[in-house]
Design a protein around this ligand. Structure first.
Ligand code: FAD
Length: 132
């Protein structure tokens, strides 16, 4: 297993030592291209032009909101660990009264179960606010 920091993640000496102790190679040279025919992932090309073949790739991408709707409607947007998310309270209410947001757009952790649960909460609270 190889860990590419992409020259962007600064590991502490302790973190490096722990990874190396587990047999993980650390490469700090920036990655400039994912190489492969069509949609396949066959190798990484590094900034020094070295080609690094691989069987699989796990990445930690940054995210962005798919549309500007929430911002246009006046919702507060907050910085999540991987990108911006619509600010909501624990009942999925945004900062705009009567407007709820659920799923990836409104939580830092992206997961189907959590997105579905958010939808249930938002739906229940919207229904409640209509009834009461
Ligand atoms: C590669 C990958 C693998 C994943 N693997 C897992 C996994 O194994 N387990 C897990 O729990 N989660 C996984 N996830 C995360 C999971 O897919 C999401 O957390 C979940 O789909 C979020 O649901 P959502 O309804 O919030 O958003 P989405 O599923 O993204 O739905 C948003 C919908 O809105 C539509 N849309 C966007 N803009 C507009 C517009 N302007 N007008 C109309 N429609 C629009 C989009 O087309 C999309 O259909 C994975 C995600 C990815 C990308």
């Amino acid at each position: 297993m190889t860990f590419f920091t992409n020259g962007a993640l600064m590991l502490t000496p302790e973190e490096r030592a722990r990874l190396v102790a587990r047999g993980i190679t650390i490469i700090d040279t920036p990655v400039v291209e994912v190489v492969g025919a069509g949609r396949s992932v066959e190798a990484l090309r590094l900034s020094d032009n070295a080609i690094f073949p691989l069987d699989g790739l796990f990445i930690s991408p940054t995210t962005r909101l798919a549309t500007p709707f929430a911002e246009q409607l006046g919702c507060a947007i907050e910085a999540g660990p991987l990108g911006p998310v619509i600010s909501t309270d624990s009942f999925k209410a945004t900062t705009v009264p009567g407007l709820y947001a659920a799923g990836d757009a409104a939580r830092a952790m992206h997961n189907i179960s959590l997105a579905v649960a958010d939808g249930v909460i938002a739906g229940a609270m919207m229904h409640r606010s209509l009834v009461f």
